[in-house]
Design a protein around this ligand. Structure first.
Ligand code: ZN
Length: 272
């Protein structure tokens, strides 16, 4: 594993050469086939997985803890929408969060800029700047969920689903800012012992989440965290959802993004 750590460390230092996302037709079929095979075993480590370095791993833990304190301070709902500049202002202002250090910001930038296809994630980069901000006037808070949806297609689709399937259908994740996705991704990377490839098999890296541009997750009321597992595919809501015939899933079985099957993730943004 130390070889991988070293390789990843070299690559992460090299971010300026890897900042341009690949067009999907640039990715060789063999790489996609390999990613599909690995996504079926998304919780496993593979020999050629890419890891962050031990040093970066320590820094990652301190970023994660700081962002968790930030989330607690601004509130779960607000944290879904927060942009990096606002996050940094909050962190500086509240001693219980504490300002992000220069090294922490460098790591955040490296994670954002690094070409995710290097570690087996082939989805498009939909947010191109790290400091991208979401306008409050473009979103609607969904009561009782702590989540937001974009006005327009996403909100209309959600309303239609609620009308057809009833209150047992719940919103489990809506809009996620780059900061929110960063927090989720860093938590996942820490959980996998620094394995970027394994983290990206079940969570889009920051900047690559379609939650940033309209997609959302739904669940069955009462199922809790299991809504984000294969158990969701066994629920009545999922069955009714697929029976509707007009719902598209972003990450079906054997999808070309290198991401596990996610029966709960509804595709809304269609231009990507
Ligand atoms: Zn999702």
């Amino acid at each position: 594993m130390s070889g991988d750590l070293f390789a990843a460390s070299q690559r992460l230092k090299d971010i300026s050469n890897h900042s341009k996302p690949l067009a999907s037709n640039d990715i060789p079929d063999s790489a996609i086939k390999d990613a599909v095979r690995k996504a079926e075993n998304f919780e496993h480590d593979f020999e050629d997985d890419i890891y962050i370095s031990a040093k970066q791993s320590r820094l990652l833990s301190s970023v994660l803890a700081r962002m968790t304190r930030l989330q607690r301070t601004v509130g779960y709902g607000n944290f879904n929408l927060i942009d990096l500049d606002t996050a940094r202002r909050y962190a500086r202002h509240y001693t219980r969060i504490g300002a992000f250090t220069r090294h922490e910001i460098t790591l955040i930038e490296a994670l954002f800029e690094f070409d995710a296809s290097n570690y087996g994630f082939f989805g498009r980069k939909v947010s191109t700047t790290l400091t991208e901000a979401i306008k409050r006037k473009d979103v609607k808070k969904i009561s009782g969920s702590g989540h937001y949806l974009y006005q327009g297609d996403a909100l209309e689709l959600y309303k239609k689903l609620r009308k057809q399937l009833g209150d047992d259908l719940i919103l489990t994740s809506g809009i996620r800012s780059v900061v929110k996705q960063l927090h989720l991704f860093i938590a996942k990377v820490e959980k996998t012992g620094g394995n970027l490839s394994r983290a990206a098999r079940s969570l889009a890296p920051p900047g690559h989440s379609f939650h940033g541009i309209g997609d959302f997750d739904i669940g069955q009321r009462g199922l809790g965290a299991a809504n984000f597992t294969n158990s969701f595919a066994q629920t009545e809501i999922y069955k009714q959802l697929t029976d509707l015939g007009y719902i598209s899933m972003r990450y079906p079985v054997a999808n070309p993004y290198g991401v596990r099957h996610e029966p709960w993730h509804i595709k809304v943004a269609t231009n990507v």
